[in-house]
Write a protein of this length. Structure first.
Length: 275
């Protein structure tokens, strides 16, 4: 009986242990801190849990949350519409048009959102006769309209820069290829340029919405009873600190839901890039 050939199996790979460098130690310590903080907050909420407080202010929290969602959703939607002409103006070869758009974006991005809100809320009533003459006083006579207008202008400036950067990130060859094939410029933008630009812009858009959600808390100062406004009202009547903790948890859940939705959308629109 002849000797059989024995094929040598490759030796199993032994993964080297990760060294405990400064970055790993800092990351582990930070994770341990957040875990301890989460356990501490959960323990505190359990110890001070008040069913009567939840029953009394729970519906108000839901009402305030709905106002927050409406405010952020409408302002982001209207800001997205406004950002298109602003982004186009920023890329215009006409120096007057591009200069005017630059001044708008520079002012909005260079001043705090709360200052812009105060300028509109306290400043526009000084021009009540003029606003009544053009039929806009009904928009600016209450805090909700002023907040919506301020938030729309603010997010429009940021979204315009996001859109401009995303469009400019598309290689010039895409434009030239579309022109060589005789594709109209508007059709090329809609079918070729924007789909590629949206891959780049998705994360910045999500970050902008998250910033708007967190920034929406300032409207409580101008008497809009959003989530933070209801929270301030609840605390002023109960002096119970857990009212703010519940509000923080709700904000955190909204942001986490948006983050997961962004991850899902990114996987969907980039599935053709993965092998």
């Amino acid at each position: 009986m002849g000797a059989q050939d024995v094929t040598a199996l490759p030796a199993p790979k032994i993964e080297a242990k990760r060294p405990w460098n400064a970055a790993r130690i800092a990351g582990t310590a930070l994770m341990a801190f957040w875990i301890a903080a989460g356990i501490g907050i959960a323990t505190y909420l359990y110890s001070v849990y008040n069913p009567a407080l939840i029953a009394q202010y729970g519906p108000r929290y839901l009402s305030g949350l709905w106002i927050t969602i409406q405010l952020v959703g409408l302002s982001v939607f209207l800001g997205a519409i406004l950002s298109v002409p602003v982004a186009w103006a920023r890329m215009s070869p006409n120096k007057i048009i591009s200069g005017a758009a630059y001044v708008f974006v520079y002012f909005i991005r260079g001043t705090p959102l709360i200052a812009q809100t105060f300028l509109i809320y306290y400043g526009f009533p000084q021009f009540r006769p003029q606003l009544e003459a053009i039929g806009l006083w009904s928009v600016f006579r209450d805090a909700w309209g002023c907040a919506l207008f301020a938030f729309t202008l603010n997010t429009a400036a940021y979204q315009a820069e996001i859109l401009r950067g995303a469009i400019q990130s598309v290689p010039r060859g895409q434009w030239e290829g579309a022109a060589a094939l005789g594709i109209p410029r508007l059709l090329a933008v809609r079918k070729i340029i924007l789909p590629q630009a949206m891959i780049v812009a998705l994360r910045p858009y999500a970050n902008e919405i998250i910033l708007m959600i967190k920034g929406s808390a300032i409207v409580a100062i101008i008497t809009v009873f959003d989530l933070m406004g209801v929270t301030r009202q609840a605390f002023s009547r109960t002096f119970d600190f857990q009212t703010y903790i519940w509000a923080a948890i709700i904000y955190l859940l909204i942001v986490e839901a948006l983050r997961h939705a962004t991850d899902w959308a990114e996987r969907r629109i980039t599935r053709h890039l993965k092998r």
